[in-house]
Design a protein around this ligand. Structure first.
Ligand SMILES: Cc1ncc(COP(=O)(O)O)c(C=O)c1O
Length: 394
């Protein structure tokens, strides 16, 4: 049976809910017990029942079981945001005196968490280039964690997830990967050897820009510790958000297929445009490590970066961005709507030249939505023709 079919029915129990095709939203903070013995048995783990919604909720549980199936994991924890998922894993694995290897293209707030919070707890971090394949020179006796994110969400560098997780494992280190860009439909890091996978479910999984959601998948004793930390932090998800995410999951495969088709059309068109210097999109055959990406991923999502030429002055930049009528200015991604954000406004200013990895003030990150691809191309065409002065000879 195909994953898309299984996703629709995984963890459904219609008979237990009067035949209702949708799981109810269990709006209950606590669950009562028919007897004191049933309460004690549940507390002692002898009986499986719900106790308190910060620990577990039936609507949230359906979501967790569907995501675990998609990622090919033993289990899943749904959290109140992607950052709650990331920080719960980091806090449960790392302790003072440990060393962490983190890919330098990780999501910005993940880096801040390492630099501002984990450093104070005594964790040392080394950032490494996403194209590093041999971790040996970087691994230290106290390296406990290797953090991966492939593709990254600004430059979209592809990491060799198989090789890196094999190195980490041989060294006794744990690996985790942020899989938000690909979704579990297009990449399953566990199958490549990664121990724990995290998602900003806020993006494609939610898909409609109407909720904030995080997900963690994995298994074993360490996973149970992560669950404990997430519950102690109070980082778990509420049932209303879980219901919305379940509703979105039903169309994940069709949304992703359409987004992929739209984005291939837009990036292919942009790449051939005289006012475009480069397009950073892993789905393009010209993208560095595209062949490696094909061995790890089965599809491409809709977020990419484009560098325009010639460089624009600040006023022209404003005019170009505002002139893209179908693209709203916004920082998130993965919804139904197209977005544009000038990279200088989100993270370039705080980066050193080395950290910028070739990005400059003339780069824009675009998220393609479910609008008609032809309309999006026509919009970009008019914005490029009106607001950018072509260099001589083009
Ligand atoms: C790649 C990536 N990971 C994690 C996060 C954090 O997710 P959330 O905003 O749901 O906390 C984001 C948010 O933009 C992201 O882009």
């Amino acid at each position: 049976m195909k994953t898309t079919t299984r996703l629709l029915h995984q963890a459904d129990d219609r008979e237990a809910q009067h035949g209702s095709v949708n799981p109810p939203i269990y709006h209950s903070s606590l669950y009562t017990f028919p007897t004191m013995q049933a309460f004690l048995d549940t507390r002692d783990g002898l009986e499986e029942r719900y106790m308190y919604s910060r620990e577990s909720n039936p609507t949230v549980r359906v979501l967790e079981q569907k995501i675990a199936m998609l990622e090919g994991a033993e289990d899943c924890i749904a959290t109140s945001s992607g950052m709650a998922a990331i920080t719960a894993v980091l806090l449960s694995i790392l302790k003072g005196g440990d060393h962490a290897l983190i890919v330098q293209t990780c999501y910005g707030p993940t880096r801040s968490f390492m630099d501002d919070i984990m450093a104070e707890l005594g964790v040392e971090t080394t950032y490494f280039h996403p194209h590093v394949t041999d971790l040996s020179p970087l691994l230290q006796p106290n390296t406990r964690l290797v953090y991966l994110e492939s593709p990254g969400s600004v430059t979209f560098h592809i990491q060799d997830l198989r090789a890196l997780s094999a190195h980490a494992r041989a060294h006794g280190a744990i690996t985790m990967a942020d899989n938000s860009w690909s979704t579990p439909l297009y990449q399953q890091p566990h199958s490549l050897g990664v121990d724990f996978v995290v998602h900003s479910g806020t993006k494609y999984i939610a898909g409609h820009s109407d909720l904030v959601l995080g997900l963690i998948t994995g298994g074993g004793d360490q996973f149970r510790r992560i669950k404990k930390v997430a519950v102690l932090l109070g980082a778990t998800l509420g049932p209303a958000e879980a219901y919305l995410a379940l509703r979105s999951l039903r169309t994940l495969s069709v949304r992703m297929a359409q987004l992929q088709q739209n984005t291939m059309a837009v990036t292919t068109w942009l790449q051939a445009h005289s006012k475009v210097r480069k397009v950073l999109y892993p789905g393009l055959p010209s993208f560095p490590r595209h062949e490696l990406a094909k061995t790890q991923m089965s599809g491409w999502s809709s977020l990419f970066t484009v560098e325009l030429q010639p460089p624009l002055d600040p006023e022209q930049r404003h005019n170009f961005v505002d002139g893209c009528e179908l693209f709203s200015v916004g920082v998130s991604w993965g919804g139904y709507e197209s977005l544009i954000v000038p990279l200088l406004s989100i993270n370039l200013n705080s980066m050193s030249a080395e950290e910028r990895l070739g990005l400059n003030d003339n780069c824009y990150r675009l998220c393609i939505g479910l609008e008609d691809a032809g309309d999006l191309i026509a919009d970009l065409k008019q914005a490029l023709s009106h607001y950018i002065i072509a260099p001589k000879g083009l």
